[in-house]
Design a protein around this ligand. Sequence first.
Ligand SMILES: Nc1ncnc2c1ncn2[C@@H]1O[C@H](COP(=O)(O)OP(=O)(O)O)[C@@H](O)[C@H]1O
Ligand SMILES: C[C@@](O)(CCOP(=O)(O)OP(=O)(O)O)CC(=O)O
Length: 484
Amino acid sequence: MSTIVSAPGKVLAAGGYLVLDQQYPGVVISTSSRFYTVIQASLGSANQIVVRSPQFNQAEWRYTVTYNAAGIQVNPQEDSIGGKNKFVHLALQHTLNLVSEIHSVARVQERLFNGLDIAAVGDNDFYSQRAQLESLGLPRTTESLSRITPFCHNGVKLTDVHKTGMGSSAALITSLVSALLLHFSAITETDFANLEGDGRRLAHNAAQFVHCLAQGKVGSGFDVSSAVFGSQIYRRFGPAVLDPLMKGEFAAGTLKSVLNSSAWDYSFRPIQLPPLTRLVLADVEAGSDTPSLVGKVLKWRGHEDSCETAKDLWTQIDESNQSLARQLDALSQSYVQNKYVYEETIRQLASLPAQEWESISKAFYDLHQTTQRIRNLMRRMGDLAGVEIEPEQQTHLLDKSIQQAGVVGGGVPGAGGYDAIWLLICSPPGLSDEQQPLRQVESVWSTFDESNVTPLLAQESVAKGARVVQLDEIPGLKEAIQRQ
Ligand SMILES: Nc1ncnc2c1ncn2[C@@H]1O[C@H](COP(=O)(O)OP(=O)(O)O)[C@@H](O)[C@H]1O
Ligand SMILES: C[C@@](O)(CCOP(=O)(O)OP(=O)(O)O)CC(=O)O
């Protein structure tokens, strides 16, 4: 029997920094690029778990599971060629204990009778493909990216890979924890498939906890929430719910009671991007260090000399972020009300830059203005806090991109910095590939001389968050997990 769960990556389009405070929601889009965990019964030894990542060199981690009065211990084997993998180790340790608290230790022992083989792979978008395109002599376009083998081998060790900032650890932990809970029948597939199901909530709470523990801090959790529930308006949970577990209190029953507790007060409201538009992402440069950016912004926000200005600015940013959410909703509704008119409008917008849209569609023009206002306010926050939230080179790249016909708007995702940009562009049906706004954007990116810009393949995920999949459904997955 095998169990496969996929979980999407994320783009925090609005709400960077603010979303760390429960007062402010964030707008997060989950991506079509996903992480997959494939659990298969192995023919190995009892209580042995092997986790492999066939996209990297030396990426195999072996664990032995033992049982004693304190619960289940997942022990990394000294001879693991992958060295340490805190994220994977903690996911196994705590999810197996959660299973034993929900069922029994015997359930875990029984399902580990022949050991387990677990493969974890991520879509190519999670890792920069710039070097791969160069070595294949291909131009930096989405068309070239679609020619690279799915789940391709990155040619390096996991520790040396260049990530694109789509949240590999959150997607990995979500897919791994959910797959384990399902494989050990701690939650049912039907309940997991339901966005409001208790099983899906438990998977979320468990993945949040493991991710926080592995990161050594309780962040906002927007990445895990979108990996579990899909695109959403996210409001964080109060961190106190995790206090006992973060302090290492694992007396019998604690995991189950904390992770099932009604004290989890996060909220998510599913959203979607307007129909006939598409999200486009670019991998720009080596990533900025998010924790150090966050540290500086929070210091500025807390400082007595700047806290009043910060409060005012955050109120303004929040108003714009909430307008963005409302405008996205309204556009989806207007599509439902009159598909024909909506489609015709998108076709017209696709041939003009957004500054010229007001007379054609006030709703899309306003959306454009809102994204620009959010950029301005975030830049102001960066200037005041002394942090490069939208560095000058990103400003040039975004301005050039947003001036193109059919581009609604964009920004730097999450904490900002040098690593990525996102754009929302019109994608009307019936246009030839050459006429699509995406082509023009790709051409601007390929000739941009201040940094090396490579598109990613990701679009918005149509599936809502984490889901169970079958091996044959996903092109290239079977081949990838069989790779040695
Ligand atoms: N393909 C993979 N296989 C196994 N572990 C992985 C894989 N990808 C990521 N991880 C785990 O996630 C960690 C990366 O976490 P982090 O640096 O927070 O990444 P991100 O910023 O992408 O979320 C790695 O050190 C590793 O423990
Ligand atoms: C600043 C933040 O609000 C958003 C950071 O989002 P990013 O998407 O930039 O994060 P990384 O996955 O670490 O690259 C911090 C948070 O919410 O945890």
